[in-house]
Design a protein around this ligand. Structure first.
Ligand code: NAD
Length: 483
């Protein structure tokens, strides 16, 4: 762990095991931080914020962020091997959003914005009450202070770096708590920060723990100014409630149940054919389009294409570059996914592909690529986030009906729309209540692209200018006009 600039074990010496979800073997042991370790980390972050000029030293921040960027690049292949081992993510995905994209951009882009970010803006002169007291007004953007960062296991490097880069660029200090299932990448980051950057002691602290409740120190401590969380909606709600007792700002990236809408004028073989991408990373992505909405007029054609696609998904060893899908991250997650599949069957959806544990993969937490058709949007498998390789197909009558079904969800994170007419796709897009959308197969992802959710998918945006601003406070200052 990294606390106050030191690489340390847990104070009480405890450790916990990191399990490889593909082999079920123990990868190794990790420091099992306690609440008291988290409290020491918060105190260090508080001191670093209050007693150093980190928050005002823009040049220093840019310099040390670019050092971190270099250090990450130098150990890219070690991160890749670790992510495959501890997350079970397919190597294919590490060449995209799981690793290469964040290593290339997540620290560098915010570092580069430091020079151009609108730290101050002038409101001009005003005599607010007509008392002849003319003032020159300015708005200053300042760091929020100490940020508690709570990370899930599914895209650990991506999510950690896309919070760390912006929050440091804006001048904050932080305590990061990785997910218990995937601690190695965070311990590597600890070492890189301590040994390869001039980031001052206490600015970044990283506390690994097997105990979820260690995260509660971050949501309740009066010394933490803000919590930045990615994870499930249920935990997000608990964190927001806990943070309310100290009036922290909360930035929440939560779950999704996004719709992939294929309009009736789309090229079906290509549009419907890619719907099997739901199995990417065993479906363990919040922004994956897990509901396939197809026109009733071409329903059977769509079902035939997607059935073929789901039968041909490459899955198994995540080290094999032809595999789109590896294991679920843990037995607990696999049991959860299998539970949803049973619920789908019980509620009357028609299971046409998969639905169980693959017989040829006896080791590892695998689930077969699974397809349900004839799904009603009211069913549990259409409403709740499964986080598994499970796709549901729902028919719609016309564009209005497609919009209604897409929006009939507690979530609003992402989605896709495909049409032969891009203007028709845009029109439908303008009516979908989600934070990101890809039209006709286009991908919105990037360190410069705000990402986040409507409704139960979250509050606030990660990345982009919005993802920098969220880590700032606003101070309005009046000065007498300069003569
Ligand atoms: P989770 O909510 O169980 O845990 C996430 C993190 O919160 C872990 O580090 C955990 O230890 C910690 N935590 C748990 N209880 C806590 C508490 N009471 N107080 C403070 N911290 C606590 O989620 P998960 O199962 O690890 O991740 C999967 C979920 O994350 C899915 O729902 C997925 O959609 C969501 N997710 C969202 C995004 C997004 O950007 N919207 C991205 C990735 C994952």
């Amino acid at each position: 762990m990294l606390i106050d600039g030191q690489l340390v074990d847990a104070q009480d010496g405890k450790t916990f095991q990191n399990i490889n979800p593909t082999t079920e073997e123990v990868l190794g042991n990790v420091a099992d931080g306690s609440r008291s370790d988290a409290e020491r980390a918060v105190a260090a972050a508080r001191r670093a914020f209050d007693n150093t000029d980190w928050g005002r030293d823009r040049e220093g921040r840019k310099h040390s962020l670019l050092q971190l960027q270099k250090a990450l690049e130098a150990e890219r292949e070690d991160f890749r091997a670790e992510l495959i081992a501890e997350v079970g993510c397919p190597v294919l995905l590490t060449h995209g959003p799981q690793l290469d994209a964040p290593i290339n951009e997540a620290i560098k882009w915010p570092a580069e914005q430091i020079d151009t970010f609108p730290w101050t803006r002038s409101l001009g002169q005003k005599d607010p009450f007509g008392w002849g007291m003319i003032a020159e007004r300015e708005v200053w953007k300042e760091p929020v202070g100490v940020v508690g960062v709570i990370v899930p296991w599914n895209f650990p490097v991506e999510i950690t770096l896309n919070k760390l880069g912006p929050l440091l660029a804006m001048g904050n200090t932080c305590v990061i708590k990785p997910a218990p299932d995937t601690p190695y990448n965070a311990t590597r980051l600890s070492r890189l920060i301590a040994e390869h950057t001039d980031i001052p002691p206490g600015v970044v602290n990283i506390v690994t723990s097997s105990d979820h409740s260690v995260g509660e120190v971050l949501s309740t401590s009066p010394d933490v100014d803000m919590v930045a969380f990615t994870g499930s909606t249920a935990t997000g709600m608990r964190i927001m409630a806990a943070a309310s007792t100290t009036l922290k700002s909360t930035f929440l990236e939560l779950g999704g149940k996004s719709a992939n809408i294929i309009l009736d004028d789309a090229d079906f073989p290509s549009a419907v054919g890619t719907a099997a991408a739901v199995c990417t990373h065993a479906g363990q992505g919040c922004a994956i389009s897990t509901r396939l909405l197809v026109p009733r007029s071409r329903y059977q054609e769509a079902v035939d294409i997607v059935t073929e696609g789901m039968k041909n998904v490459g899955y198994g060893d995540p080290n094999d570059p032809s595999n789109l899908q590896g294991p679920q991250v843990s037995k607990r997650q696999r049991d959860r996914v299998l539970g949803y599949i049973e619920k789908g069957k019980a509620e009357g959806a028609k299971l046409v592909v998969g639905g169980g544990i693959p017989a040829h993969l006896p080791k590892g937490f695998f689930v077969e690529p699974t397809l349900f058709i004839d799904v009603d949007n009211k069913m549990t498998i259409a409403q709740e986030e499964i986080f598994g390789p499970v796709l549901v197909v729902i028919p719609f009558e016309d564009d209005d009906d497609a919009v209604r079904i897409a929006n009939d969800s507690p979530y609003g994170l992402s989605g896709q729309i495909t049409s032969g007419d891009i203007n028709r796709a845009r029109e439908v897009a303008s009516r979908i209540r989600t934070g990101t959308l890809g039209l006709n197969g286009a991908i919105w992802y990037g360190a410069d692209a705000p990402f986040g959710g409507y409704k139960h998918s979250g509050v606030g945006r990660q990345c982009g200018i919005e993802g920098l601003e969220i880590f700032t406070q606003t101070k309005t200052v009046a000065v007498p006009p300069q003569l």
